[in-house]
Ligand binder design. Structure first.
Ligand SMILES: NC(=O)c1ccc[n+]([C@@H]2O[C@H](COP(=O)([O-])OP(=O)(O)OC[C@H]3O[C@@H](n4cnc5c(N)ncnc54)[C@H](O)[C@@H]3O)[C@@H](O)[C@H]2O)c1
Length: 334
């Protein structure tokens, strides 16, 4: 893949699911990665520590444990690392948890994001690539979701903070002319995945013979995107110069893209495929829809395809086979 080699990256959220994979892949291509994470306990910190252990001994890698909502520590971090480029994946994730603990979202996603923007500005970073989310689209009937669509009706605080990130990034790109690219991730899954998300929860329940909880009676649709495809997309963007449209927006170097599979699957079909891959039937338990959830996500990825050649290639079955193989190994299930 074209791009500079040996670039010095600051990568936040490195103990997280996506962060660990992106770090490993950037290092494999000869880049220098300085990973940051607070290793918080939103979900089992043991899994985060195990991810960190996976990459701990790689060359050109360092890990700094810090909380990005701390202004002084984040400023110090930028002074120490002096990154050329920043991939910012650290955030308080999860739609449902934002109803229980809203302040965690203000701290990590709003204050933490501002501290990152300030660090990038003062260190003259070449390009900030940051995680946004498909949730910014709210609950819509028109699919696929395009970045041309309005995104001003978030149905959870999590979504509101992710949309706020895009607006904050735009203002910094406008004011200080530094390039920012937001990636709206669509339901990422794969080895080392998150235990609060459907693929992991359902796999665990099937192995343990416990009920698989299907909200909206299993009638929801998600654009499940395999981690390797996501990593490839993040890398292509992070190693390129930002592609901003010089014809409008007064030359503001700020862009936002969808990054998804562009092939939504019904929740009930996800369970069916998982049953086949695991070789065991699920105990299905139907529930009404939950507050904050959306009915369907479906990414229009034509912009990312056009500007960066992004082309996801992993089918849901193949991705689930790889996830379940990892799950068995990690949990010692023969
Ligand atoms: N996984 C998905 O399907 C998905 C979908 C949409 C958006 N995203 C976004 O992508 C990014 C990565 O997601 P993930 O699935 O890897 O989540 P994750 O929770 O596994 O990783 C996020 C990491 O950020 C760290 N973190 C949180 N607050 C921090 C803070 N204040 N300071 C330092 N570290 C902090 C956490 O400890 C965690 O290790 C997040 O921004 C998330 O909102 C993910």
């Amino acid at each position: 893949m074209a791009g500079p080699t040996g670039t010095r990256f600051l990568l936040t959220g490195v103990a997280g699911f996506i962060g660990m994979h992106v770090a490993r892949s950037l290092i494999a291509e000869g880049h220098e990665v300085h990973g940051v994470d607070s290793v918080n306990d939103y979900y089992d910190p043991e899994l985060k520590r195990a991810r960190l252990a996976e990459i701990a001994n790689l060359p050109r890698y360092s890990f700094i444990e810090t909380d990005l909502s701390d202004k002084a520590k984040t400023a110090e971090l930028f002074e120490t690392v002096r990154p050329a480029r920043v991939v910012h994946l650290a955030a308080q994730a999860g739609v449902r948890y934002s109803l229980e603990n809203p302040h965690a979202y203000a701290d990590s996603n709003v204050l933490g994001f501002l501290n990152i923007l300030e660090g990038c500005r003062t260190s003259a970073v070449e390009h900030l690539v940051y995680a946004s989310s498909s949730s910014v689209y709210g609950d819509r009937n028109t699919v696929p979701y395009s970045t041309e669509d309005r995104a001003d009706h978030p149905v959870s605080l999590y979504a509101a903070t992710k949309r706020a990130n895009e607006l904050m990034a735009y203002s910094y790109s406008h004011l200080f002319r530094f390039p920012t690219t937001g990636l709206r991730f669509f339901t990422v899954y794969g080895p080392w995945g998150r235990p609060d998300m459907a693929v992991y929860l359902f796999t665990k329940a099937i192995f343990e013979g416990k009920p698989v909880k299907l909200f909206n009676n299993g009638d929801t649709w998600r654009d499940y995107t395999f981690i390797d495809d996501i990593v490839e997309g993040v890398k292509r963007v992070a190693l390129s110069d930002p592609k901003f449209d010089r014809s409008d927006d007064g030359h503001v170097p700020a862009k936002v893209y969808n990054i998804g599979n562009s092939n939504p699957e019904k929740l009930l079909d996800l369970v069916g495929t998982l049953e086949e891959v695991i070789g065991k039937k699920a105990v299905r338990e139907m529930h009404p829809a939950q507050p904050g959830d959306v009915y369907r996500t479906f990414a229009d990825i034509s912009d990312l395809q056009r500007d960066f050649g992004f082309a996801p290639s992993t089918s849901l079955r193949e991705g689930l086979e790889r996830f379940v193989a990892w799950y068995r190994k990690y949990h010692g299930i023969v």
